[in-house]
Write a protein that binds this ligand. Structure first.
Ligand code: FES
Length: 125
């Protein structure tokens, strides 16, 4: 059996992926798989990105000081109750999220650290 391929060092990886060293506070994942997309998750994702960008909170290549990473993700099993929105490191999974809910999630949860309980359907940990 061959020797396992040696991993690059953390420093070598950080040179290739600078996001490693940035001070991200939270990650928002919005499911854009088939069922959630059919219930408007693409618009939910764009609403998160637009408001977070307007408030200089969104991390992206043009704003590496943004503290929140926001991305789409695949199905997590909330297909019948989506759009699903997952927030880490809190491990909070929201269901039935609409564009109208996005400002409340940003203000209460992402900025204030308080989950929007009426939409919480799962907690990890
Ligand atoms: S399609 Fe979004 S959780 Fe399954």
């Amino acid at each position: 059996m061959d020797e396992p391929h040696p991993l690059p060092s953390p420093e070598q990886d950080a040179a290739l992926a600078p996001i490693i060293k940035l001070d991200l506070k939270r990650q928002v994942l919005v499911c854009t798989a088939k069922s959630c997309a059919a219930n408007g998750s693409e618009a939910v994702l764009e609403a998160f990105r637009a408001q977070l960008a307007a408030e200089q909170l969104l991390f992206f290549k043009g704003n590496t000081s943004g503290e929140i990473h926001c991305s789409h993700c695949g199905s997590v099993g909330f297909c019948a109750i989506g759009p699903a929105v997952l927030i880490y490191p809190d491990g909070i999974w929201y269901a039935h999220v609409t564009v109208a809910d996005v400002p409340e999630i940003i203000e209460s949860h992402l900025k204030g650290g308080v989950a929007v309980e009426r939409l919480v359907r799962k907690r990890l940990g």
